[in-house]
Design a protein around this ligand. Structure first.
Ligand code: ARG
Length: 458
């Protein structure tokens, strides 16, 4: 067996089962390009500062370049004996350029190396997430714009409450996702920091130039404290927390889509491309993708809880527990990115059954507030108006009729303030149009929101 890169003080090889237990290489291969990038910056700095000769630095840089080509061609093999991505890559470098490869690890530890890889990976990932979020927000705005005048039942307690613009309902999700995007932007700031040069925990006696590696790696700034740089994972926790909030939002929207495409609602129809059938019931068209996104929110919450629990009792600085930061992060990143993509496709291709949706507010009492407001605006104290309308609703429910079916005569018996214009007031469309308070569901307000969103997305 190959000798370990850290094998000097050991007389015996590692137990085989334990070797596999200790290794992270099986699940962190995606860090390889970032590990090479970090090494290249490090060796460039080592050469420039004269810590190693410029000739040696050049040989190592060339070797790293060769490894990069091989990696892209899929010709790099990884093995458990070399434990993690760092030692796998370094071993390959030794095989490629010989003993000079041993100079790469001068003034560096795997502790700052792994932190650097993780920052580089997460920076790139957050940028991808922001791109996908942008796309989904755009799709929601397009859909909302198309449905500004679509009347839908608005709910509280899942009971018809007041009619709203379906565009307003969609824009609510746009607003939530915009705050998610803000949170990821903030997360990006905390990830845009360079841990390289912290070495094992305490910095180094070599005259390294951390500003230079910061510049070479494109980070905004170096970490100010070496212990902090190698021992915290708050940038990952922030990502997992942001991912959880995002999935919570997506999951709620999915829950609504599932309701809306049920036989009872029929408000929307999902495209075949985003639905599945049943192996036994020939008629079925199931909203599986919405259910899956709703379901996957669970593992994303779990990844957050996992890392929070892992971190809470760790003394400074590095502990091997920290190696367990990776799978959850990768899993959440993959999960939110595929969820965003699928969600986007599902919304972009679904059709809204505008007539069915509007009809849902024709035979209900969601216009009761209109009648109460009507009376209040004529000077009746709102509480009295509420009482009168409540009685009328009760009366209707006994007879199986609705407020718009009550004759003017009966209305005037209930209150002489009610006049013939009440029938217009009771219509859903009027009710929505008149709710023009800032941020309300009035068509003008929804249109203004859509316009502001379009600008924000430019
Ligand atoms: N594979 C390790 C990790 O992911 C790299 C750092 C190892 N450092 C150490 N001192 N054992 O955390």
């Amino acid at each position: 067996p190959e000798k370990k890169l850290w094998g000097g003080r050991f007389e015996q090889g590692l137990d085989k089962k334990t070797e596999a237990f200790s290794a992270s290489i099986t699940y962190e291969q995606r860090l390889a390009p970032f590990d090479l990038q970090g090494s290249l910056a490090h060796v460039t700095m080592l050469g420039e500062t004269g810590i190693i000769s410029s000739d040696e630095a050049q040989q190592i840089a060339d070797g790293l370049g060769l490894l990069k080509d091989k990696l892209e061609a899929g010709e790099i093999d990884f093995n458990i004996e070399n434990e993690d991505i760092h030692m796998n890559m370094e071993t390959h470098l030794h095989k490629t350029i010989g003993p000079v490869a041993g100079k790469l690890h001068t003034a560096r530890s795997r502790n700052d190396q792994v932190a650097t890889d993780m920052h580089l990976y997460l920076k790139a990932t957050i940028r991808d997430v922001l791109g996908l979020l942008h796309q989904l927000r755009q799709t929601l705005v397009d859909l909302a714009e198309d449905n500004i005048e679509t009347i839908a039942p608005g709910y509280t307690h899942l009971q018809h409450a007041q009619p709203i613009s379906f565009g307003q309902h969609l824009m609510a999700y746009y607003q939530m996702l915009s705050r998610d995007a803000d949170r990821f932007e903030f997360n990006l700031k905390h990830t845009d920091m360079n841990p390289l040069g912290a070495a094992a925990l305490a910095g180094t006696t070599f005259p390294i130039d951390r500003e230079r590696t910061t510049e070479l790696l494109g980070f905004a700034a170096p970490y100010a404290n070496s212990l902090d740089a190698v021992s915290d994972r708050d940038f990952i926790l922030e990502f997992l927390s942001n991912s959880s909030l995002l999935m919570m939002h997506l999951s709620r929207l999915c829950e609504e889509l599932i309701l809306w495409c049920s036989h009872e609602f029929q408000f929307v129809s999902l495209s075949d491309a985003y639905s599945t059938g049943s192996s036994i019931m020939p008629q079925k068209k199931n909203p599986d993708m919405a259910e899956l996104i709703r379901g996957k929110s669970g593992r994303v919450y779990g990844n957050l809880m996992g890392l929070l629990s892992l971190m809470k009792g760790l003394p400074l600085a590095y502990n091997k527990d920290l190696q367990e930061d990776k799978e959850g992060m990768f899993d959440s990143a993959d999960t939110i990115m595929t969820s965003l993509e699928v969600m986007n496709g599902m919304l972009a291709t679904m059709s809204v059954n505008k007539d069915i949706m509007a009809r849902a507010t024709e035979k209900d009492f969601s216009n009761a507030t209109e009648l109460a407001d009507y009376l209040a605006s004529k000077g009746l104290p709102f509480r009295q108006a509420h009482e009168i309308v409540g009685k009328l609703v009760l009366d209707c429910t006994k007879k199986g009729t609705y407020l718009q079916d009550i004759s003017l005569e009966d209305y005037q018996t209930a209150s002489p303030l009610i006049e013939a214009d009440i029938y217009e007031v009771l219509q859903s469309k009027t009710a929505v149009a008149r709710r023009n308070s800032l941020g309300g569901t009035g068509f003008e307000q929804v249109r203004a929101q859509v316009e502001a969103a379009k600008k924000a997305l430019l």
